[in-house]
Write a protein that binds this ligand. Structure first.
Ligand code: IMP
Ligand code: MG
Length: 173
């Protein structure tokens, strides 16, 4: 059967939704400075667009998480890489990620960030796929909630390709 790409959200859809989220975040963080922490690689397009819509002062840093899952969501290996001089103690941290699927990666990462004693820690994600959730995790800001499709574009990869697409797509049988 031929596989066809189907666009889920266009550039225009994404821009509109980002504007809404950015307004909400800017309001919630009035008179504060946000320590924006992006989860690589998937965050890079979303975060670049989002931070430029925020109207509060902010700093940017990045983390990269590598996890390997065993049975029933148990982690058999995990690694977190932080950008140089990563300092979030007493800061108001907004974690930015592309997607929550099982939730295992972000759950693990957030537990580590909490140990660094930030003043606050919130999560902002572009896409939520709640059907596959294995751990209890909820984002504070969600771009779009989607069904259980493998999606790509706008920072998300399809076998490391397609991150550069300005829209979000999936393959339809
Ligand atoms: P989780 O730990 O299952 O929540 O997923 C963590 C990571 O898997 C995400 O940050 C993405 O990098 C990747 N991922 C999950 N679903 C998708 C998808 O539909 N498209 C591209 N990457 C995905
Ligand atoms: Mg991937």
């Amino acid at each position: 059967m031929p596989v066809k790409e189907q666009v889920l959200y266009t550039e225009k859809d994404i821009k509109k939704r980002l504007g809404e989220i950015a307004r909400q975040i800017s309001e919630d963080y009035t008179d504060k400075e946000i320590s924006v922490v992006g989860v690589l690689k998937g965050c890079f397009v979303f975060m670049a667009d989002l931070v430029r819509e925020l109207t509060v002062p902010l700093t940017c840093s990045f983390v990269q998480v590598h996890t390997r899952e065993g049975e029933e969501g148990s982690l058999i290996s995990k690694n977190i890489l932080y950008t140089y001089k990563f300092e979030i103690t007493d800061k108001d941290v907004l974690l930015i990620s592309d997607i929550i699927d099982t939730g295992v990666t972000l759950h693990y990462l957030m537990n580590h960030l909490k140990e660094m004693r930030p003043n606050s820690l919130k999560l902002c994600i572009l896409l939520d796929k709640p059907e596959q959730r294995k751990v209890d995790i909820e984002a504070d800001y969600v771009g779009f909630t989607i069904p259980n499709h493998y999606v790509f574009g706008y920072g998300l990869d399809y076998m490391e390709r397609a991150r550069d697409l300005p829209y979000i797509s999936f393959y339809k049988e």
